[in-house]
Design a binder for this molecule. Structure first.
Ligand code: ADP
Ligand code: MG
Length: 694
């Protein structure tokens, strides 16, 4: 592709030798009414001014780092520029990764619309268990960072791609960090591969340092190509209007309630403009949607004209599309979102932001070996991003549901990369499968902790995925690596093939991969609990899932049946889809598909084979259902959503933990302690085995 030299001012950053491109502030406003053509709209985006510069840099540099405010057009425009410049010629593909699945779908669908093509043809997307691309037709492919990482298992050099854009790099998701390390390696072997790292914050400097480190080991091949290996940072100046920040005067007790009151206050007092509320997850989002809707219905007067919409992953397509559609004249849209709307998705028309100050974050404690999704305070960097969402179309306002003192003195400056707060089990197995043996010596953009690494090796060894030399075992280790699920789930599936219950276990794995198959919500708790009892199995949730699946199947996969039984139809369709895909993978890796009919003993054995590390026993003198984990002696309780809640069997295994006031076990099954010893003798060492047999 031929490109001209960039216009604009090129500043040399003395210290680092980093080129910095800056341009004058973009002045035109996007809040023009009327129907500008798609081309006009595209040309109004801040990134358009840098089109030539971007293409020039991509052509001449191995790695280009692009920083630009959310909404400036990085995600939707740059892949199109690359295609227009010929980077997709000759059967090559352009990839753009996102950490979040919902963002992948939304962005791909927007780009297909802009290009006037059908989604799944020239523009496609791939997320886990969903591939909407067409071989030889798709040239722009949006995918999660996790999927791209998986693709490396079949094609380690990612040869079909000409340019890979790692988007949302500031999020520092675990897969993005691993990809950064791996792509740096790939570039040495494939100098023609171009890398774009794009980010909403200036943390780009550390990225650039990371890619510059190769200077120490000069690559002659690259220089022969006339290619500059030094990465360059291009900063796209967005428009961003002023946002007035309002703090809460007192610390807020209940941020759901506070968010609801704030929205009503905005609606009463402020001129037109949509509202974006940041809460943490489906639970508190659904709760506040309901509170606001109740308000609209009962008081009517000052809340009429509100359209309240949730935004989180796991929404149906129709619900997703509502979020992006324009509110009817005279109505005010209120979107209540997780931090997906912080930088990954651009919502038009937002003028007011309400920031709870929290998000759901993953935390891992290598000592107790417990990984949790916890509601935790956000960083100042996040708070600034959230506020920025109010200033896209005109000056806006941000209401922070915390005090200024808290913001200034107690919030951390930046978030911690996910890799430093996650279990390393999946990561280790993927690197091993890619032939990277010295994992501690891997070139990480941010190093994971040694404790977490040792823990992961230990668990993988117990799962018999790694051998004494920490190499993948054959066939188990390789099979586990092939299944795109948590290694514990994959191990459970492999064990089920030997135990003759793979049909059942694959159903269970599919159910565990969706958020929840139950319909829940305020006001229907009693009915849904009763419905659940109709399926409840004494063994626990996993077997209950099998009963639901059976009923659903027998009903002819009917949505009415789901409705009647408080089962989420949308989730069940997903279960069917995932199940089919898992069966295909199982066959490919040589597993035997077989049903155990009604022998639930083997089902429990298979679950134990994968999840033995999550075994817990009821505290003998506990009257409140307290369990302790076998390994770390951590206090845990059965989650109220489990069919074993209040039943409290002596020995259980859980699938995951959620932490609120306590640590709750979600998806629990009873086990026979002797199976633990059988499944993982070296994991449960002698002293514990005495305890087990007591
Ligand atoms: P960035 O990646 O820099 O945050 P995007 O490329 O996502 O920016 O968005 C650029 C512009 O495209 C937005 O300002 C918005 O006007 C438009 N846009 C993006 N996604 C959508 C969508 N789903 N619906 C309507 N407009 C959209
Ligand atoms: Mg983007």
């Amino acid at each position: 592709p031929g490109t001209e030299r960039p216009q604009g001012r090129v500043v040399d950053d003395e210290e680092g030798g980093v080129l910095f491109l800056s341009g004058s502030h973009h002045s035109s406003s996007s809040s023009r009414y009327g129907y500008a053509s798609i081309d006009k709209q595209r040309q109004r985006l801040p990134v358009f001014k840098y089109r030539t510069a971007i293409l020039y840099l991509v052509e001449t540099r191995a790695t280009t780092i692009i920083v630009g405010e959310t909404g400036s057009g990085k995600t939707t425009q740059i892949p199109q520029y690359l295609k227009e410049a010929g980077w997709a010629a000759g059967g090559r593909l352009i990839a753009c990764t996102q950490p979040r699945r919902l963002a992948v779908q939304a962005v791909a669908s927007r780009v297909a619309e802009e290009m006037g093509v059908k989604l799944g043809e020239e523009v496609g997307y791939t997320i886990r268990f969903e591939d909407v691309t067409k071989p030889d037709v798709t040239v722009l492919k949006f995918l999660t960072d996790g999927v791209l990482l998986r693709e490396m298992m079949d094609d380690p050099l990612l040869t079909k791609y000409s340019v890979i854009m790692l988007d949302e790099a500031h999020e520092r998701s675990i897969s993005t960090d691993i990809l950064l390390g791996l792509l740096k390696k790939i570039q040495r072997r494939r100098p023609e591969l171009r890398l774009i790292i794009s980010s909403a914050t200036i943390e780009a400097k550390s990225m650039s340092d990371f890619f510059r480190m190769r200077k120490k080991r000069r690559e002659p091949e690259n220089e022969e190509h006339g290619l500059q290996v030094e990465p360059v940072i291009l900063s796209v100046e967005g428009r961003g209007f002023n946002v007035q920040i309002n703090y809460s005067e007192e610390p807020v007790q209940d941020y759901v309630q506070a968010a609801v009151s704030t929205v009503l206050l905005i609606h009463e007092r402020e001129p037109a403009g949509d509202v974006l509320v940041f809460l943490t997850g489906q639970d508190d989002i659904d709760a506040s949607v309901q509170l606001l809707n109740d308000e609209v219905q009962t008081t009517g007067k000052h809340s009429s004209g509100l359209i309240v919409l949730p935004l989180y992953s796991g929404l149906s397509r129709a619900e997703q599309e509502l979020v992006f559609s324009q509110a009817p004249r005279g109505k005010r849209k209120v979107i209540i979102s997780t931090n997906i709307a912080e930088t990954s998705l651009t919502l038009e028309g937002i003028v007011y932001v309400v920031d709870s100050g929290f998000s759901k974050q993953r935390f891992y404690n290598p000592i107790s070996d417990i990984e949790n999704l916890v509601v935790a305070p956000i960083s100042r960097a996040s708070a600034r991003q959230r506020a920025g969402r109010a200033g896209r179309v005109r000056p806006g306002k941000c209401y922070r549901l915390y005090t200024e003192e808290y913001f200034l003195n107690h919030m951390s400056n930046e978030g911690i990369p996910e890799i430093q707060r996650s279990s390393m089990v999946s990561c280790v197995i993927q690197l091993k499968a890619l032939g990277i043996d010295n994992i501690l010596g891997f070139d990480w953009p941010a190093s994971p902790s040694t404790e977490a690494m040792i823990r992961a090796l230990e668990i993988l060894y117990s799962l018999r995925v790694l051998d004494d030399d920490a190499k993948l075992t054959s066939p188990t280790g390789f099979q586990v690596a092939e299944i795109p699920l948590d290694p514990m789930v994959s191990k459970m599936i492999i064990a089920s093939s030997q135990l003759g219950c793979s049909e059942e276990i694959i159903t269970i794995a599919a159910v565990l991969s969706v958020q929840s198959i139950w319909i829940s919500g305020r006001g229907i708790q009693k009915e849904s609990d009763e419905a659940k009892l109709r399926f409840a199995a004494a063994e626990g949730d996993h077997v209950t899932f099998l009963n639901v699946y059976k009923g659903f199947h027998q009903s002819g996969k009917s949505s009415q049946w789901c409705h009647k039984n408080y089962v989420n139809y949308h989730a069940m369709r997903k279960v069917l889809e995932v199940r089919e895909q898992l069966k295909r993978i199982a066959k490919r890796i040589g597993l035997v598909l077989k049903s155990c009919e009604s022998d639930m003993q083997v089902v429990r054995k298979a679950v134990t084979a994968g999840f033995f590390a999550n075994a817990c026993h009821l505290e003998e003198y506990s009257h409140n259902g307290m369990y302790k984990t076998l390994r770390g002696s951590q206090e845990v309780y059965i989650h109220p959503s489990s069919v074993l809640f209040r039943v409290n069997p002596k020995w259980v295994i859980y699938n995951s933990l959620v932490s609120t006031d306590r640590q709750y076990m979600r998806n629990v099954i009873t086990i026979d302690p002797s199976c633990l010893l059988e499944a993982a003798p070296h994991f449960y060492q002698l002293q514990q085995s005495n305890h087990l047999l007591r």
